[in-house]
Design a protein around this ligand. Structure first.
Ligand code: LLP
Length: 431
């Protein structure tokens, strides 16, 4: 028989958005205050929640020798988010010239920047070589050749790693799985020897090691273990072939919990223990590229109910947020928790939709919710990652503003896009 716990189980962490006096707050700031001052829809992020995740991952990796945690900027590239994480000592994983510039502007030191991506241009390579970086993660020999030419022309030496495609099934959504042989990413492990031998011949390149990233929102460690094992074997083989291997970038991908009723994804601690076990004896500096894990749960999309329209099966709760603000549900059928900001005991079942003219502009179907009416506020949770960063202006809706809360402080960290910016198009005189 299991002995009863001496104390009630610890409450679930609220990730920065606690319910206080019947009102959801962003840390200490009531969300209705932000809605009133900034308007809706608006993203609200908790700085403390981000710091907490960054520290948790760092301590989960504490047994490793000097790991580099390079936050994947694509998850949420806002300057204030990057500055928060840079102050926590995180580096940056960037995939474009724009992300490189954002990371530098936010104070990320160049030696903590990893440049990933399958289609880097010569201009992006030159930008990063000029400003400095930890390493380029290359995804083809053709890319190595281009980088060699760019580096030579600039009189620089580019530190490079090859991203290998380990051909493992990540078990995530097909659109965000990246480690299968038929995916566009990386070089086949069988090509690693040829690729590294070629790097030795190419001027302007210095081989550092290997990188791997098999996908995002991973809910099992098994595919990661398989992929890391293949990287370890590659390091051993390439060392035998005389290459000096000093870094291994294990990518990002650890999943977070979107649906509180779903099984918990592996914890950072379990991930850290796996990494420590699998990489024992590798004798390299390990690099990590977490995105979603750091910021995903630290954000909500605050939105107002425009109206509730009766439907044949359930009422439609029509929000002022739409698929252009948060496209994950329409793109990946992703599940996001949706709550009233001032919840009542009364409940309803509804389809939660946005105002965009597509049936895909649906956040939830047949979802049990707190009962809401027109004019009330709701939050779509777990909107700190791949939400604002994937926003668009579809239906001529301006980009959504972003607010950062830190304790009792809050500030607009991106204003609502001015509609004038969308109207700045030209009709040619010859038309
Ligand atoms: N490193 C590389 C090379 C990546 O491609 C990615 C994500 C990451 C790191 C960070 O992965 P994370 O730790 O965040 O899982 N828009 C999709 C996710 C796309 C992820 C793309 N690459 C979504 O909303 O689920």
């Amino acid at each position: 028989m299991i002995a009863p716990l001496p104390f009630p189980a610890a409450p679930e962490p609220t990730h920065g958005f606690p319910l206080r006096d019947g009102i959801v707050h962003g840390e200490e700031v009531p969300l209705p205050l932000i809605a009133r001052e900034v308007g809706t829809p608006v993203f609200v992020y908790s700085a403390s929640a981000m710091r907490q995740e960054a520290r948790r991952l760092r301590s989960a990796l504490a047994s490793l020798a000097d790991p580099l945690i390079a936050y994947a900027v694509k998850a949420n590239p806002n300057a204030a988010v990057l500055a928060t994480l840079a102050r926590e000592g995180l580096g940056a994983d960037v995939v474009s010239g724009g992300e490189y510039r954002r990371a530098r502007a936010a104070g990320v030191p160049p030696e903590k920047i990893v440049f990933s991506g399958v289609g880097k241009t010569a201009a992006e390579m030159a930008l990063a070589l000029d400003g400095g970086l930890c390493q380029f993660n290359l995804e083809s020999l053709a890319e190595a050749e281009m980088l060699s030419a760019v580096a030579t022309a600039l009189g620089r030496t580019a530190p490079v790693a090859f991203r290998v495609n380990p051909d493992v099934a990540a078990g995530s959504h097909a659109k965000i799985s990246t480690g299968a042989a038929h995916n566009k990413f990386g070089i086949a492990i069988s090509e690693a020897s040829t690729a590294c031998a070629r790097v030795r011949e190419l001027p302007g390149l210095r081989l550092c090691g290997f990188a791997v990233h098999i996908g995002s929102q991973l809910t099992s460690l098994a595919p990661l273990e398989e992929a890391f094992g293949k990287v370890g074997a590659t390091i051993e083989r390439l060392r035998r072939e005389g290459h000096d291997i000093c870094t291994a970038d294990l990518g990002g991908g650890l999943g977070i919990r979107y649906d509180p009723a779903a099984p918990r994804p592996p914890t950072p601690e379990a991930y850290g223990a796996l990494v420590a076990r699998v990489t024992r004896g590798w004798d390299v500096r390990l690099i990590f590229e977490p995105g979603r894990l750091i910021v995903g749960e630290a954000g909500v999309l605050l939105t107002e109910v425009i109206r509730v329209k009766p439907g044949p099966r359930h009422p439609f709760v029509i929000l002022d947020a739409a698929m252009n603000d948060l496209m994950r549900p329409s793109l990946y059928d992703a599940w996001h928790e949706i709550d009233a900001v001032q919840p009542k005991a009364d409940r309803m079942i509804a389809d939660v939709v946005g105002p965009v003219c597509e049936t895909g502009d649906t956040f939830a179907v047949a979802r049990p919710l707190e009962r809401v009416a027109a004019g009330e506020l709701m939050i779509i949770r777990t909107a700190g990652a791949y939400a604002a960063s994937m926003g668009s202006t579809y239906n001529s809706r301006p980009l959504t503003p972003e607010v950062l809360v830190d304790g009792g402080n809050w500030a607009v960290i991106r204003p609502r896009q001015d509609i004038e910016a969308l109207l700045r198009e030209r009709v040619p005189a010859w038309l």
